[in-house]
Design a protein around this ligand. Structure first.
Ligand code: KMT
Ligand code: NI
Length: 185
């Protein structure tokens, strides 16, 4: 089961959980309400044939997909990439990751600028909205393999904070103020 919690403070340590004491966990429902981050559970054994991922891709218009692995052995320019993933940034599009193997942490800022850490592992699919400040780090396993999805031609460019004047940021703030509402299904 995926877990999310409030982090204790600013940290540059990529290898520790850093939760508050006592830990302040947050449900997936609250995570969505507070940040717009969406979560889907998939079966890593059957996703290719069970139709759940196919339905999601169709509904959400994910026309592009590829696979990436993050480890010292598999990722070219590992140190540099890991550093840039962990630098607080935003994108002009959703960041969609479906974890096939390994684990890691996505950190996202809530509306009060507090870090929420989301621990992901095999079977977790996470959608990070465009315009939200976030970062990613491996945990102590130092390994993750994930599928990436995109609507149309992929743009992976990060815009490091501060990027408050970007339209994607302004649109995100607008949605945050209006409140995130789940799509009718
Ligand atoms: C990103 O953009 O932060 C990544 O792709 C990180 C690895 S995907 C689990
Ligand atoms: Ni990102």
């Amino acid at each position: 089961m995926v877990k999310a919690w409030y982090m204790d403070s600013e940290t540059t340590d990529q290898r520790l959980e850093h939760h508050k004491n006592p830990p302040e966990f947050i449900s997936l429902e609250d995570l969505f309400k507070k940040t717009g981050v969406e979560y889907f559970k998939l079966n890593v054994e059957t996703y290719a044939t069970d139709g759940v991922l196919d339905k999601l891709k169709k509904e959400r218009g994910y026309t592009y997909e590829d696979e990436m692995a993050c480890s010292k052995e598999c990722l070219p320019n590992y140190e540099e990439k890991i550093k840039s993933f962990f630098t607080e940034h935003l994108h002009t599009d959703e960041e969609i990751r479906f974890i096939l193997d390994g684990s890691g942490y996505f950190d996202v800022r809530d509306g009060a600028d507090q870090w929420i850490r989301i621990a992901v592992g095999a079977g977790d699919m996470i959608v990070i909205p465009s315009g939200i400040y976030h970062r990613f780090t491996l945990d102590t396993n130092n390994y993750i393999r994930a599928k990436r999805f995109f609507i149309g031609e992929p743009v992976w460019l990060p815009y490091n904070r501060p990027a408050d004047e970007m339209p994607a940021r302004k649109e995100y703030i607008d949605k945050l103020q209006k409140g995130f509402v789940a799509a009718a299904c």
